[in-house]
Write a protein that binds this ligand. Sequence first.
Ligand code: SAM
Length: 261
Amino acid sequence: MNHQAKKRYGQNFLRDKNLLKKIVRESDIEDKHVVEVGPGQGALTTFLALSAKDVIAFEIDESLKPILDEIKNEHQNLTILYQDFLETDLSLYDKELHVVANVPYYITTPILFKLLETPNVKTASLMIQKEVCDRLLATPNSKQYNALSIILQYYAQVNKMMDVKRHMFMPVPNVDSAVIRIVKREQPLIEKHKEALFLKLVKEAFRQKRKTLVNNWYEAFNVPKHEIEAFLIKFGYSPNIRAEALTKEDFILLTKEWKND
Ligand code: SAM
């Protein structure tokens, strides 16, 4: 069956069976409940269904149905739902879920946030743009370090599973890719009621990367600058420090001590 790949849905399909098997093997999904975002022509879906207990795949493009129906007929444990993944409520599935996906790159960040915010999603193996992967894994004082790297590393243990060259996809995209492995933390690193403050402190700290932490927080929280300076000094930080110099642990400490929320 012929399908014309749709750019607007980020359709770049995988073919290489060895690569697909490797992704599935390293995703540790045997006998687990798996969710796939964007099965496309079903290349990854087939291997997921062979390994997992069951698979629910969300595909936005209904024109792929004839191709996916053939795969579905071969796997009793596969359900395919034709809907926007971002509109789905995964918490309705009352079980622990493991996500494996070659994600549509135009919605990588909202997918990441959705997975982080859904408690019953326990792990995710995601093919993403290599550049995004490098940003997510960035360490302090590097150019790529940003709020999302800290937030992701707060919620989960994250590592790169493999690099994937662009010619592994059809059509060939103009970026290289990588598969990132996300394992959510069982225990929150901060008390639950302080998590929203942590997220705000991190996001606001990076709002304008060139500005100091004091200036970014002063604008966001409406606290006098000298109070923020004194707060930083009290915990051993320079009053001129920028967000990019702070580790996840620094933000956690400052969240616990912050009194102005
Ligand atoms: N899994 C297939 C593979 O590896 O060959 C296809 C991956 S392709 C990069 C991304 C897939 O996500 C496409 O099939 C696309 O139609 C689908 N998609 C795009 N936006 C989506 C959305 N909001 N919800 C669900 N699927 C979506």
